[in-house]
Write a new protein. Structure first.
Lengths: 217, 362
């Protein structure tokens, strides 16, 4: 299977493999995912690895690795994703100088921000999982079924405890696309790892349908 | 309370934290995600969302004071105030530290619980995920501005005399709903700003120049798209041609042309970009490949009849992934055009379909 938990034994990672970090306060809850962005490297659990990820902002900066997954990608896939990243990163550089939360969205996992009069795209907001999923869509790999009815319900407590500590933050949740009290059918980072935890040919053939509990890996 | 700055004698960053403690420190809760640990009578560290700052401070009260609660309260307040001051001096101040400063310095520790605002706490927690290498952040005052105020601020003849503030306003404009009338004034100003400032050697200007191009270009109708011509020119300290060519594609994808070859000056420049990049050596680097892809998309979206020759060149290069990408982009464009309120004219659609056939032929 092309997805696994990292241990003290080193594993080989290639460019644009998917790296995940666990939440500190929830066992095996995958809080964050990104794209490994370095030449082949041997990596063990808790290593800081070079990655492109929507933190926010979208950055090329090390992140903690606890879980990894891969499709795997061909050399051509890698070249195509690299060119796509180059063509979009100017849109995220700005968020280092402004409110980073404006670049971030949970529901939907990505969304274009457009000029209200012309409809011309300015930039795309992402969740961390959304960025990883979109990067693979660039090479025709649909990792997850994204229609809302195919996603399991996630309650407010799961989101706030894993991502933001305890508490209720209705205004901020709304800012990230989560209206009302929930539950919501949204994409969580752990789903991406489960999507990769299948035989390679299946990953390319069929998007994964996330199951309840897949937030942990 | 004494001035916080007077309390600073030394500050170390998080990387040196391990040298301070022989054992895992017992962090004490103080406010929201902030915690503190006093490892000596006059030395403490404060854990903040983006790391830990530690250092020495002068206790502001007599340590023998019998009023333990007051002493603790004052001490923690002193530590935090010093941290904030140090953070500002070291320019590691994030927006949340700035937000907290006013509240912390004006309230007693015992009142902090009531001071806690849930959105503020939330912001702190989100900040825990974000890049700690912050530069300027949008001020609280600016983020409350209406589009009229923002427009007035940017177009003010004196606006460039305060570049940090102007940078903030331009970045904010990208997230602000601007009316059609306001856009007619703002778009040319933003594009001229980008042109004037693209030779800047100030790193902070790059993000603002790019944002100005995206925002300004997104407001343009196709008949005004020529305003992007100067920004296609290469060879400046801040590279603007990639963003400009990308926005050209987006202008014409959202507002499809009714006929072919309506934008000869733009097409000529985009074709020049492609002439220089459509070879196997250039597209081996991701930057050039990205530029070439965006230029192909722009040329197709403005319905330049040269797109047929361009896709033949792409096909003949024999770089499978690049050809695949071009094909996907052109199919996506056709789909986007079909869904627009005013769809593309018959000839542009026909041209695009021919280009797609040429790409896959042979």
């Amino acid at each position: 299977m092309p997805a696994s938990n990292l241990t003290s034994e080193r594993q080989r990672l290639s460019r644009f493999d998917i790296v995940g970090s666990y939440a500190e306060n929830a066992i095996r809850f995958v809080r964050h995912v990104g794209l490994f962005n370095s030449d082949i490297q041997m990596v063990k659990a808790n290593d800081d690895v070079s990655a492109v990820h929507m933190q926010p902002p979208l950055i090329d900066k090390p992140m903690k690795a606890h879980v990894v997954g891969r499709v795997p990608l061909t050399n051509e896939d890698v070249q195509e994703i690299a060119a796509w990243i180059k063509g979009t990163t100017d849109e995220y550089e700005r968020s280092k100088a402004t409110d980073k939360r404006r670049q971030y969205i949970i529901d939907p996992p990505w969304q274009d921000v457009r000029d209200p009069n012309t409809g011309v795209r300015r930039y795309r907001r992402y969740s961390c999982a959304g960025f990883v999923l979109d990067s693979h869509l660039q090479v025709n790999i649909e990792l997850l079924q994204l229609d809302s009815q195919a996603l399991p319900e996630v309650d407010r407590e799961t989101i706030t405890s894993a991502y933001f500590g305890s508490g209720r933050h209705p205004r901020s949740l709304a800012m990230f696309g989560l209206q009302g009290d929930g539950p919501w059918r949204i994409v969580l980072p752990g789903y991406v790892l489960h999507a990769l935890n299948r035989p390679s040919d299946q990953i390319r053939k069929q998007p994964y349908r996330a199951q309840r509990g897949n937030e942990r890996f | 309370m004494p001035d916080a700055a007077e309390n600073i004698s030394s500050w170390t960053d998080a990387s040196q934290e391990a040298e301070l403690f022989s054992n895992e420190p017992e962090w004490q809760h103080c406010y929201g995600p902030f915690a503190y640990y006093e490892y000596a009578q006059d030395q403490a560290c404060v854990r903040i969302p983006s790391g830990t700052v530690s250092g020495r401070y002068k206790p502001s009260l007599d340590p023998q004071s019998e009023d333990v609660t007051t002493r603790r309260s004052e001490r923690i307040r002193s530590i935090l105030a010093t941290l904030l001051e140090a953070a500002e001096q070291k320019e590691i101040c994030s927006s949340i530290l700035t937000k907290l400063k006013g509240g912390l310095l004006s309230k007693h520790f015992d009142q902090w619980a009531s001071f806690a605002d849930e959105e503020l706490t939330w912001s702190c927690e989100v900040e825990a995920q974000v890049d700690s290498g912050d530069v300027d952040t949008v001020g609280e005052e600016l983020s409350q501005w209406t589009s009229d105020q923002l427009l007035g601020g940017i177009l003010d003849p004196q606006s460039e005399s305060d570049m940090p503030r102007l940078r903030e306003m331009i970045l904010l404009a990208e997230d602000t709903g601007i009316t059609r009338e306001q856009s007619a004034l703002l778009a040319p100003w933003l594009l001229r700003f980008a042109e004037r400032n693209r030779n800047s050697d100030d790193l902070q200007d790059a993000v603002v120049v790019w944002s100005a191009i995206r925002t300004g270009a997104s407001m343009l109708t196709p008949d005004k798209a020529n305003q992007l011509l100067p920004l296609l020119e290469p060879g400046h300290a801040i590279e603007t041609s990639l963003v400009a060519v990308k926005m050209l594609g987006r202008i014409f994808e959202a507002q499809p042309p009714s006929d072919v070859d309506c934008y000869p000056a733009l097409a000529h420049e985009v074709r020049a970009i492609l002439d220089s990049l459509l070879n196997r050596y250039a597209i081996a680097t991701s930057q050039s490949a990205a530029m070439a892809q965006l230029a192909i998309y722009a040329l197709a979206a403005m319905a330049c009849s040269e797109i047929r020759k361009v896709v033949e060149t792409v096909r003949d290069l024999g770089v499978k992934w690049f050809t695949r990408r071009a094909g996907r982009d052109l199919r996506d464009l056709l789909q986007i055009w079909s869904n627009r309120p005013v769809p593309a004219g018959h000839k542009p659609r026909e041209l695009l379909e021919c280009a797609l056939q040429a790409l896959t032929a042979g």
